[in-house]
Design a protein around this ligand. Structure first.
Ligand code: NAP
Length: 256
């Protein structure tokens, strides 16, 4: 924190999946705390909107359109961040999601692999590309976005749940490996959040009632509520915390 009270002053943060939803909220929150922000996603147009919003508020941001499913995307995005800002202190692996539901017994294996590639393989590639710069930072922080579906059984979403569970395990292993290098690694575990990803659940009142009926706080979380938890994890407020999974779910996972 500098004398302006900004938690991320002088730091550069790279966020994948930052054009919409949770990633966009993180980018705006981090920029409001003084970070230079590198936002990546596939759509150049929506990324330009995010950059416009941040620069209009006096922040600094760079858009790097890229598809995390492509093998060389990670180095492209990290190289662009370093070329623009000269350093990298924070990496948030947020790009991810799920596009279908199916019983495991009849799931097409290609579908299983696609969801692992999007949620897990992309995270591994980004980490490998960014780690040298995060070590050089001297105060590096990685946040991997998981999901409550990765904490327990998720019928019809075994593919997504297994990939998000793997994200937590990866977080724990990596945290131990890189702690001596001054890099912290934590997972952020959202419950049901109101974004484009969950729009399909809000089109049917019955389904929405069932989903939200199981949440003790009886409502959807907001992207801003996840962004504030991410800010905690990437800032010095959590300086002695690594290898942890921070659950932000309105009490969903606390239930028996
Ligand atoms: N919403 C929830 O209830 C919830 C709950 C638990 C966990 N999560 C996790 O939180 C993260 C963000 O979810 P969200 O709800 O904010 O989703 P969202 O609103 O669908 O936004 C997803 C973001 O990821 C980008 N993206 C998608 N596929 C990509 C790809 N192949 N390459 C690069 N960028 C890609 C999208 O931009 P483009 O389409 O332009 O690429 C967008 O910026 C995901 O990892 C999700 O699994 C969400």
């Amino acid at each position: 924190m500098d004398n302006t009270g900004n938690a991320l002053a002088g730091r550069t943060a790279l966020i994948t999946g930052a054009s919409r939803g949770i990633g966009r909220a993180m980018a705006i929150t981090f920029a409001s705390q003084g970070a230079n922000v590198v936002v990546s996603a596939r759509s150049a147009e929506t990324l330009a909107d995010v950059v416009g919003e941040i620069t209009a508020s006096g922040g600094r941001a760079l858009a790097v359109p890229a598809d995390v499913m492509h093998e060389d995307s990670a180095s492209t995005v990290v190289d662009a961040a370093l070329a623009e800002f000269g350093r990298l202190d924070v990496l948030v692996n947020n790009a991810g999601g799920n596009s279908f539901m199916s019983p495991l017994a009849t799931m097409r294996f290609a579908g299983w692999q696609k969801i692992f590639a999007l949620n897990l393989d992309s995270t591994v590639r980004m980490i490998q590309a960014a780690l040298p710069a995060l070590v050089a930072s001297g105060n590096g922080s990685i946040v991997n976005v998981s999901s409550v579906t990765g904490l327990r059984g998720s019928p019809l979403m075994s593919h997504y749940g297994a990939a998000k569970a793997a994200v937590i395990s990866l977080t724990q292993s990596l945290a131990i490996e890189v702690a001596p290098d001054g890099v912290r690694v934590n997972a952020l575990v959202p419950g049901w959040i109101d974004t484009d990803l969950t729009d399909f659940l809000r089109t049917d009142q019955g389904i929405e009632d069932t989903v939200i009926g199981r949440v003790p706080m009886q409502r959807w979380g907001t992207a801003d509520e996840i962004a504030r938890a991410a800010l905690f994890l990437v800032s010095d407020a959590s300086s002695f915390m690594t290898g942890q999974a921070l659950v932000v779910d309105g009490g969903l996972s606390a239930q028996p």
